[in-house]
Design a protein around this ligand. Structure first.
Ligand code: ADP
Length: 334
């Protein structure tokens, strides 16, 4: 039996939970963890549909333990998500807080990315409303945690897809430029490249030199490598996979090149075991944080331990890919 953290002096009796911004596999596991933990610590839970939009429109629903049965294996979010640009307006945020207070919601868990945490931070600063964040995004770029919920599933989805593309690349002596997600960060690209043994990886963190890439591909061919996989992060400063493939083709016209953009399949699907476990630990950590009187923080996992990082910090910095891992990706592709 886990230690019971519930403090009798805690004034939190009803906790709201929402998912906001881009969906990520494992968000449901986080919702489940929040609901079950809150009930365990004798709190009620209100699910808010469609992220901040639901706060403004009072899309509230009571949640019980059975409300989250069997969702741990489902991708997406049962609470739905949204982008809510109106939330940038303080008057709209005031309505959101009034709605929560009227519904007896004492505290809120926001599962989302750094954009969602900016909105959450406003609720804490402007209205002293207790909010704790859970990092849910496939990009893995949020400061204050080693892993965000959804990242592991996304890289496994990308890995499976690239393994399949390799078969065609090999059969037809082609070079595939595969674009993966990750916004301005190269985490998905780097992990996918190492995991698939790609010939090259282009990430936003380091400058892309097309001439060097072409020299490298030529050298590969001299070594009788018949196919090539180049992983391109969508945020690479030299452009997406389409643009980079075109530039390579201009320099190496006799190369058979193909472009595949993996796109949103990386955000879907049943979450991996690692994402389910992380989401469960983080979701519980968020409830515990609120009951311990914390607010304005994001719950993260650093070296497998729960750590809390102020929203101010989590929103002003980004996690960065490991340069050493990037170098290893290059070493292993010789
Ligand atoms: P993510 O949380 O995945 O980074 P977004 O950046 O789209 O996704 O943010 C999700 C939502 O958070 C936005 O649609 C908006 O409602 C809210 N939000 C983002 N930035 C701010 C901000 N500076 N102030 C208030 N709310 C914000």
């Amino acid at each position: 039996m886990p230690k019971i953290y519930f403090k009798m002096e805690s004034r939190i009796r009803r906790i709201g939970v929402l998912t906001s911004g881009g969906d990520a596999p494992g968000m449901n596991a986080a919702i489940r963890a929040v609901v079950r933990s809150a009930i365990f610590y004798h709190c009620e839970v209100v699910g808010i549909r469609k992220g901040y939009t639901g706060l403004v429109e009072r899309q509230f629903m009571g949640m019980q333990s059975h409300s989250v049965s069997k969702i741990i294996s489902q991708g997406g979010t049962i609470l739905k998500s949204s982008r809510c640009p109106e939330f940038n307006d303080p008057h709209v945020r005031k309505v959101a807080v009034e709605n929560m207070r009227e519904a007896g919601i004492d505290a809120l868990v926001v599962i989302g990315g750094d954009g969602s945490f900016r909105g959450a931070n406003d609720l804490v600063k402007e209205f002293d409303f207790p909010v704790v964040g859970v990092p849910g995004t496939i990009d893995n770029d949020i400061y204050g945690t080693d892993y965000t919920i959804g990242f592991d599933t996304a890289i496994n989805t990308a890995l499976e897809a690239v393994d399949k593309l390799r078969d065609t690349a090999d059969s037809h002596n082609m070079v595939f430029f595969v674009e993966v997600m990750g916004r301005d960060a190269g985490f998905i690209a780097l992990h996918t490249a190492i995991g698939t043994g790609a010939e090259a990886v282009l990430v936003p963190e380091y400058p892309t030199n097309i001439k060097k890439l072409c020299d490298y591909l030529l050298n590969e061919r001299r070594k009788n490598k018949t196919s090539g996989i180049v992983i391109v992060a969508e945020g690479d400063e030299a452009g997406g996979a389409m643009e980079i493939a075109a530039q390579v083709k201009r320099r190496l016209p006799d190369y058979e090149t193909r472009v595949t953009t993996l796109g949103h399949i990386q955000r879907g699907g049943s979450p991996s075991c690692a994402d389910r476990v992380r989401a469960s630990i983080l979701g519980h950590g968020a409830v515990k944080a609120l009951l311990d009187g914390r607010k304005g923080v994001m719950v993260g996992l650093i070296n497998d331990k729960i750590e809390y990082t102020a929203f101010d910090l989590a929103c002003s910095r980004h996690n960065e890919i490991n340069k050493y891992w990037y170098d290893i990706a290059r070493i292993l592709s010789i």
